[in-house]
Ligand binder design. Structure first.
Ligand code: GLP
Length: 254
């Protein structure tokens, strides 16, 4: 496991973006696993800059997103502030600024009629694409990866997952409150890639910044591997693992 510690969020974001850009340049048709959340935003902005100013070419890149809330999907009738789907986030913050082909973008469908069938299909699509070359990951405050909440099996596959109270509280504050949606009516379930699925990626690139993540980062990277902190499964990843942190998030690492 390579742990790269940068002085601040901006430096962390640039380091992560350059790892992805190097992969795209060496393998233009690579498969990227992508994450939502505030953590990767700076990385997406730097990749957009590289596309616009340096011609970084996404035309053959395939993407698979990690998760989506259940019961919602991108709603073009709503403003970005009202529509809190992960699909909308990706579109606004990344996809619409680069030259990815629509056909190469894969997002879990929170509106799928037969959600279990969809989950199986999503897994098959990843395999058909040749597997995920590089999986971008953040970490939730309770140590979750994607929406694999505490107690999720470390060999879990893509499925529907009930959100933990802490995740509901965090996401209410960061997303739904602004959209005028109450805590009771916001989504309490999500579709998520499983930990087993994530562990099959060839390269895991995990990012974390800020004091809010200090304790959980130390537990995930250096504590016991446990389904109570699903990101601790990073220690079991058999491929390449890179963790990029800012100083605050790295503060409790031994
Ligand atoms: C959500 C996402 C995760 C993400 C986490 C942390 O729960 N499902 O993939 O890592 O939020 O978000 P943030 O980066 O905003 O701290």
């Amino acid at each position: 496991m390579d742990i790269i510690i940068k002085t601040n969020y901006q430096e962390m974001s640039l380091a992560a973006a350059s790892i992805i850009a190097d992969l795209i340049r060496s393998k233009p048709d690579c498969v990227l696993g992508l994450a939502t959340g505030s953590t990767p935003l700076g990385m997406y902005r730097e990749l957009i800059r590289m596309h616009k100013e340096e011609g970084l070419d996404f035309s053959q890149v395939k993407t698979f997103n990690l998760d989506e809330y259940l019961g919602i999907g991108m709603d073009l009738a709503k403003s970005y502030d009202q529509d809190r789907s992960s699909a909308r986030f990706m579109q606004e913050e990344f996809f619409k600024h680069i030259n990815l082909q629509k056909v190469n973008i894969h997002l879990p469908d929170g509106l799928a009629k037969d959600i279990n069938k969809f989950c199986a299909w999503y897994e098959e699509e990843i395999v058909r694409a040749g597997g995920i070359d590089l999986q971008v990951l953040g970490i939730g405050a309770n140590g979750h990866w994607a929406f694999n909440e505490p107690g999720s099996s470390l060999s879990s596959r893509t499925r529907v997952q009930q959100l933990a109270q802490q995740t509901i509280d965090d996401n209410y504050e960061s997303f739904y409150k602004k959209a005028g949606v109450s805590k009771e009516t916001m989504p309490h379930f999500a579709v998520t890639l499983g930990i087993g699925t994530i562990l099959e990626s060839k390269h895991a690139l995990m990012l974390a910044n800020g004091e809010k993540k200090t304790t959980i980062v130390a537990k995930a990277l250096q504590g016991p591997v446990t389904s109570e902190i699903t990101a601790s499964a990073i220690q079991m990843h058999k491929g390449k693992v890179t963790v990029v942190l800012d100083l605050a998030a790295a503060a409790q690492l031994k």
